[in-house]
Design a protein around this ligand. Sequence first.
Ligand code: DUC
Ligand code: ZN
Ligand code: ZN
Length: 466
Amino acid sequence: MTTLIRGGTVVGPTGPVRADVLIDGETIAAIFAPGQAPDGPEVIDATGKYVIPGAVDAHTHMELPFGGTHASDTFDTGTRAAAIGGTTTIIDFAVQRTGEVVQDGLAAWHGKADGNCHIDYAFHMILGGVDDESLKAMDQLVAGEGISSFKLFMAYPGVFYSDDGQILRAMQKARDNGAMIMMHAENGPAIDVLVKQALERGETDPIHHGLTRPQELEAEATSRAIWLASVAADCPLYIVHLSATKALEQVRNARDLGKNVFAETCPQYLYLTLEDQLGAPGFEGAKWVCSTPLRSKHENHRADLWQGLRTNDLSVVSTDHCPFCFKDQKELGLGDFSKIPNGIGGVEHRVDLLYQGVVDGKLSLARWVETIATTPARMFGLYPRKGIIAPGSDADIVLYDPNGRTRISAETHHMNMDHSAWEGWEIDGRVDTVIARGEVIAAGGEYTGRAGRGHYLKRGLSDYLL
Ligand code: DUC
Ligand code: ZN
Ligand code: ZN
């Protein structure tokens, strides 16, 4: 079956252009100058809309076991919410827990996702331990499983933590097999000292989660990761959830030196703050406990991150979607902030929240699309199948209404969470229609997709390898 998206403004990483898009089955067949397409296909009217590639969220944690509980979205609920918000591909993190065989962790993740996803999905692999076996597994995952990126943690000693020697070995392996090392860059052992001291002083409220993770410990770990990657013959390195000015400076310096270093930030760091959210009265701030933490509004973090997106020192915006309900989950940390499960849910709202950056004059239309769709696809070996409107690419397309409005609330969102980090926010723009591999799965507020229609995507190597 062929379908023509007619009358819209197609936005790609090089900017907007008036064009009509012909879909044939699951792929994009052709792009025509306005009115030049042959008659015949079914027509979707896109007058007044932006026609953008389905967004790619390169950082989600469906069902992640963390802090004695599990992230509250399943692959079913989380990918449905993503789809409704204009995201048509996620890359989730399969987990090797310390002491576990990597392939077993991966099989468990396939077990959670298979048959449950509403949109296409791929995996990165979290390595909870670097040893001879897991290094061998890295080769196997790159060559045979379509997993070309591995996340290591400089934080969470005793849970996911890798020491510098382990990190170096994994980086050397990645240098050899072409994989990307993704780094949670916070100095965990130093943070643990600050956490213990705070609790001894009786400082138990959620805001102390942020105060015990100062930006210096993110910057130090970021810098250390960059130098370790340098020692590993410039292994490609991607810093996840970068939140702060000083860490951004490390990435900018490395990139100015021509290093193979990239970073992402997340909507929470672009909009929310330590004082206004994490510091909310009583235990309320637990809703915004995530790591890296929200930063102070009295420093320049948010403006610097927006600038970093413009200058490409930050290449990607992902959500780090890791939802926990307030009731019974966040509440595990009542009386002790260090027991609050870390994470914010946002997979449904990234497209809209970043469009607000366009309205506010902080991002161009082209850069909006590039940071939420094109670059994540290119960064993680999904391009040109995903992330672009071009002949031959999957027909993952969002019609975006710049004149619409989006009101965010736990009462209306689709994520499996009893609260929203953006409760009551009303922002410009609205996802109008979502097409995934040629199928309209959401239109005019109606969702018509289904669990199981999403496919697992084997990824290639990053487009940005030197
Ligand atoms: N950070 C979070 O906030 N949640 C899960 C893991 C992580 O690194
Ligand atoms: Zn992390
Ligand atoms: Zn994460």
